[in-house]
Design a protein around this ligand. Structure first.
Ligand SMILES: *Cc1c(COP(=O)(O)O)cnc(C)c1O
Length: 378
């Protein structure tokens, strides 16, 4: 390969963080302790003082949030078929029923007209994703929730640092869930967090994430329900502390890189670019559509050729309702045309804070070269 391989994403961990993690390892306390408390306090400060509790993944955060909202068998949760599978897997794991509605083709966010039309007497919650960090219309979402008495559980796995009308996602609203997987805008290795509103909810989360254990007198405890084991380690929390102080810088860089993609592709763009949003977009990823039918090519061939040219391309995501577990429950092709088209055509191009603007140029030049190569081979 002529140049270094450029992956579609890569975390940025600095030496200060590595040293601080080594310090935690030397301290003798690795499980949930003072570093988790410090990380939760830092997240809370970042989110305008709301209560935040750290857990082991974004998936665990969503599952616990559904438990907080007491979602279970017989309940319907309206959600999106265009997301990582965790978004709806957690609904099934609670024994509830995901009700999918289609997304907008360019923002990939839930179509709120379709959400409203899907509300039934059994609907208990709406679980939207702020896709790639572009916030869904929070005003309309919460108005719908209030009108119909529904809980809102925001899957904000892509959206830490995004804002709606100047207010950060997670600084307002109902239950908001973040992921700190290494691909996300900030990481703890693996990890996640839940933003909650009341002391009762916070206590429930603390109990639920630690086997349902309630501490009584020192050394004594009781268990009143079977919780998960999803508390974060101090090792992970220390990574998170080192990331959170850099998050604004990371996201500013992501916005610059995204702006460069749009500027270079203001004309002569062979792809369908995603909805752009405004300066409050965290740009978790840059995922245009590859018009496979119009260009008469296969996405797998395109991705393989990009890789040969040293550029990593991801797929985020296949439509959830067409995965086997969901087909097995009765979902079929044709139900959500936009999500299905995104699932077929989406390609995630490199976008991460350590990239240079010239890397964006390299990606764009390579996309054009590979499309020419494919056209020539046909
Ligand atoms: C990453 C992600 C999750 C799950 O987070 P994990 O930390 O990997 O469990 C959920 N929803 C969306 C949209 C995600 O991108």
């Amino acid at each position: 390969m002529p140049q270094d391989f450029l992956p579609f994403t890569r975390p940025s961990i600095d030496a200060t963080t590595m040293d601080a993690v080594a310090e935690v390892l030397r301290s003798g306390w690795l499980a949930s302790g003072s570093k988790v408390l410090e990380f939760e306090a830092a997240l809370s400060a970042y989110l305008g003082g709301r209560s935040v509790r750290a857990v082991t993944s974004g998936t665990a955060a969503l599952e616990i949030a559904l438990a907080v909202a007491d979602i279970g068998p017989g309940d319907e949760v309206i959600t999106t078929p265009m997301s990582w599978c965790a978004t709806s897997n957690v609904i099934l794991r609670r024994g509830a029923r995901p009700v999918f509605v289609d997304v907008d083709l360019d923002s990939r966010n839930l179509d709120l007209d379709a959400v409203e039309a899907a509300i039934t007497p059994r609907t208990r919650a709406i679980l939207p994703v702020h896709f790639s960090g572009l916030p869904i219309d929070q005003d309309r979402l919460y108005r719908l929730g209030r009108q119909h008495g529904l809980r809102i559980i925001e899957d904000a796995a892509h959206a830490i640092g995004s804002a709606w009308k100047g207010r950060r996602i997670g600084s307002h609203g109902d239950l908001v869930c973040f992921s700190f997987h290494p691909n996300k805008n900030m990481t703890t290795g693996e990890g996640g967090a839940i933003v909650a509103s009341t002391p009762q909810e916070v206590e429930f989360i603390e109990t639920y994430r630690f086997n349902g254990v309630m501490h009584r007198a020192p050394g004594e405890f009781d268990v009143s329900f079977a919780g998960m084991k999803a508390n974060l380690s101090d090792i992970a929390a220390q990574i998170g502390l080192g990331q959170l102080v850099r998050l604004e810088t990371f996201n500013a860089r992501r916005r610059e890189l995204a702006a460069h993609y749009y500027a270079r592709w203001a004309s002569n763009c062979p792809l369908r670019l995603p909805a752009r949003g405004d300066e409050d977009h965290s740009w978790h990823m840059f995922a245009p559509l590859l018009p496979v039918d119009r260009l008469g090519l296969s996405r797998a061939d395109f991705i393989a050729r990009m890789k040969q040219h040293g550029i990593g391309v991801g797929i985020h995501y296949p439509a959830i309702h067409l995965l086997s577990a969901y087909r097995g429950l009765g979902w079929r092709e044709g139900q959500f045309p936009n999500a299905e088209r995104v699932g077929r055509e989406t390609i995630t191009l490199p976008l991460f804070p350590a990239m240079a603007l010239q890397d964006v140029d390299r990606v764009i030049d390579t996309v054009h070269a590979v499309l020419a190569e494919i056209a020539h081979a046909a």
